[in-house]
Design a protein around this ligand. Structure first.
Ligand SMILES: Cc1cc2nc3c(=O)[nH]c(=O)nc-3n(C[C@H](O)[C@H](O)[C@H](O)COP(=O)(O)OP(=O)(O)OC[C@H]3O[C@@H](n4cnc5c(N)ncnc54)[C@H](O)[C@@H]3O)c2cc1C
Length: 712
């Protein structure tokens, strides 16, 4: 029966392929024509661009003063991608707008995405097979926005190839058809043409891919970006164009006029506790997962529309993926899609999809991390052992999935965004995705203008409106940074790709290294290109806390939570100089950031044995410390692979270099190629309780190391 079903399935796919054959053939010829002629939409906001590009950025204090005295056309609640997009749309139409964000820009879901700018290959598959025109339009719209985003912030967003490995011959035409359709739907916004790779070529490009049964791979293009920086760039652009934006200002409640229309909000500055009212003709709720919390401020018993679901990402070292190619697993063991992507010199793997409660502190769970690691293992060569201890950080975002309140069935999740206008004229924009933030903003401001009777100077101008940092940027700008400032090339590339033409301003703040080369640019952490100077620069761009720096202004916490913890004291020291923090504030910042790293970035979720209590008798402790010291011959305070090599040689045990390397890596919880006393005791505690991480063959060797009574 199963065989028959499989044959029918193949025939069905064959039919689809036959029908689409002509179409597909056309895509081979057609994109070549289109790509060469590809032209992004013309920039409509040309007139105002040079002025705002050089405009000074108002200080947060100036923004707060404006929020307290001015009256606005629009007040936006929420400074994620959606809210910042609405702010930019409104201000570029000549509307007087304000935006308040209760934490930092992008601190919610918008900094925790998969970093893809995509149309959604999966949705297109549904559109084609279910002949669903709504899905098709959604993909089409997202593909247009994908091109626009790369055009308006070329330093931050770029075309990015993703490989889809194929392990069954019959899937080749099936996926090939789907991917070619994706190219075709992109039409004149196609980034680059997709292509098929033979098995050999696929392995050449992605050597860590599982070889067995691999028949080839398809490569298609989407976009990738630094989501938090993109969000900040949108907010900064809005601020430079005359918008009033303030982070760490929370809406506590909505205010209404006598006829019950929403006409502003009561807000609180979370840094000082000061409260006041902001007046606006129209209030827009762009609070992502908090959509219903703000709708409830309007009408207490309003029917909820947000069904939050959390998605976890696991970060692995960069060597797990090739530099410039991602991987897509289109059907995981439970039917989800998993991406495996190089990003900022690390590898992102994710994501999950689990119903959750809305929280300011989304926390990844060990189960989700294990699930992702298992899925990754399924795709990689068994030689590449994906270990729990390799996880550099793990974080989680909450999808603001919404059901359409205008449809009777509130159980069904809207596939796209929804815009709701309440009886009291609170405008809510919810759902959608990062990629489509601009289009969502355009429709939202159109709606606000219509229902609140606003008088904009023009229609929407954000298509092609380049973002702050893009005006003078070129792909070779980093060379000038190296030449003019004596910066390390990796650092120069990072600054150029983060700040665009503003990289020069950051570089000017860079201090001397005291070395012959690089001349300037002290790093926050040796392993990452983030500079101390970026902390000072970020303060000028409204960073208020150490978490802002670690999580969003640099991406250190997202890339490597241990490195972030190590850089934390330096971040606090620099911010204290810039913001004149008292000793008490410094302590508070340290404590808050440590909680953040533990709770939200996976600091506490290291190796399994770390959770094992160290429960030794005094004699055992003394014995184990003695053993540690005897291994650590040179009294370095840690054991290295050399110490292990020496030990096994002395004991007459034949242990290969690979086994030695494995043993060290399994025990080395912090992944610094050294086992300190704490890690050593953790391992012994785990072994004592029979709760060890090592596979039996390696465990045997280690057990010998521990049980042996002889000093050597
Ligand atoms: C795991 C995951 C992966 C994803 N990957 C992708 C991807 O690769 N590509 C893509 O296009 N999309 C992706 N998405 C979707 C995308 O990230 C979201 O759709 C988008 O970030 C939502 O932005 P937002 O501004 O609506 O919400 P948020 O970013 O959450 O912003 C809402 C803001 O409102 C603020 N706020 C809440 N209440 C108040 C209040 N009372 N006063 C003031 N401020 C308030 C919050 O602090 C928050 O900053 C992903 C989503 C998830 C969860």
């Amino acid at each position: 029966m199963r065989n028959i079903r499989r044959i029918i399935k193949k025939l069905a796919y064959g039919g689809v392929i036959a029908v689409g054959g002509g179409l597909v053939v056309a895509t081979y010829v057609y994109p070549k024509f289109v790509v060469t002629k590809r032209k992004f939409p013309t920039v409509q906001a040309t007139g105002s661009q040079p002025q705002y590009a050089t405009a000074p950025l108002p200080t947060r204090e100036q923004m707060l003063a404006s929020l307290q005295k001015d009256e606005f056309d629009i007040l936006v609640i929420g400074g994620g991608a959606t809210g910042a997009g609405v702010a930019l749309d409104a201000v570029s139409r000549g509307l007087k707008m304000a935006l308040v964000e209760k934490y930092d820009y992008s601190s919610g879901t918008s900094s925790r995405s998969t970093k893809l700018i995509h149309g959604g290959v999966r949705y297109l598959q549904k559109a084609v097979f279910n002949l669903d025109i709504e899905q098709y339009r959604m993909v089409k719209e997202a593909l247009n926005e994908r091109a626009n985003l790369i055009e308006i912030a070329p330093h931050l967003a770029y075309p990015f190839p993703i490989m889809l490995p194929i392990y069954k011959w019959w899937q080749v035409p099936y996926y090939w058809f789907g991917i070619k359709m994706y190219d075709l739907v992109a039409y004149n916004q196609l980034l680059k043409q997709s292509y098929f790779l033979s098995k050999g070529k696929a392995l050449e490009l992605f050597p860590m891919l599982k070889k067995d049964a691999l028949v080839g791979a398809l490569v298609y293009y989407d976009g990738q970006h630094d989501d938090a920086r993109m969000n900040i760039a949108i907010a900064i652009t809005a601020a430079k164009m005359g918008g009033t934006l303030a982070n760490y200002v929370e809406v506590l409640n909505l205010t209404k006029s006598e006829d019950g229309t929403v006409n502003g909000a009561k807000v609180r500055d979370r840094l000082t506790g000061k409260e006041w009212f902001v007046k606006a003709k129209c209030v827009i709720n762009a609070t992502g997962p908090y959509t219903d919390a703000v709708r409830t401020m309007d009408r207490e018993n309003v029917k909820k529309i947000c069904q939050p679901s959390q998605g976890v990402h696991v970060v692995l070292p960069g060597y797990y993926s090739p530099d410039k190619m991602g991987l897509l697993d289109p059907a995981t063991s439970d039917g989800r899609v998993i991406f495996f992507l190089p990003w900022q010199n690390v590898t992102l793997a994710g994501t999950t999809d689990v119903a959750c409660d809305v929280s300011d502190y989304p926390t990844p769970s060990e189960n989700e991390i294990q699930f992702i690691l298992q899925e990754v293992r399924n795709y990689l060569n068994p030689d590449v052992e994906v270990r729990r201890g390799d996880v550099l950080s793990a974080w989680c975002g909450i999808r603001p999935l919404v059901s359409d309140p205008n449809k009777g069935d509130t159980q069904s999740i809207a596939r796209n965004h929804i815009i709701e206008v309440s009886e009291d004229k609170l405008v809510t924009i919810a759902g959608g995705k990062w990629t489509t933030y601009r289009h969502m903003a355009e429709e939202t401001v159109d709606k606000a203008v219509e229902v609140c009777g606003l008088q904009p100077a023009s229609g929407c101008r954000t298509k092609g409106l380049v973002l702050d940092g893009s005006h003078g940027w070129t792909a070779t700008l980093f060379i000038r940074l190296v030449q003019d400032f004596g910066l390390d090339i990796e650092v120069a590339k990072h600054l150029s790709n983060t700040y665009g033409d503003k990289a020069f301003k950051v570089a000017k703040l860079a201090t001397l290294t005291g070395k012959r080369w690089p001349v300037t640019g002290k790093r926050l952490h040796d392993e990452y290109p983030y500079l101390e100077a970026e902390v000072r620069y970020a303060v000028r761009e409204y960073a208020c806390t150490a978490i802002d720096i670690l999580a969003r202004r640099t991406r250190l916490a997202f890339c490597n939570v241990h490195a972030a913890e190590e850089a934390l004291p330096k971040v606090i020291e620099i911010m204290s100089e810039e913001l004149k923090w008292s000793k008490a504030r410094q302590q508070e910042e340290l404590a808050d950031a440590k909680i953040f790293l533990r709770r939200e970035m996976g600091l506490e979720l290291r190796g399994a044995s770390q959770n094992v209590p160290i429960n030794f008798t005094k004699d055992e402790i003394n014995l184990y410390i003695k053993r540690f010291k005897s291994l650590d011959r040179d009294n370095k305070g840690y054991i290295t692979v050399n110490d292990l090599r020496r030990y096994f040689k002395k004991m007459g045990e034949r242990v290969s270099e690979d086994q030695m390397h494995d043993i060290l890596n399994e025990v080395d919880l912090t992944k610094n190629a050294q086992v300190d006393l704490g890690e050593f005791l953790q391992l012994l505690a785990a072994l004592k309780r029979g709760h060890h991480m090592l596979p039996t063959r390696r465990f045997g060797r280690f057990n010998l190391l521990i049980k042996s009574d002889s000093d050597y």
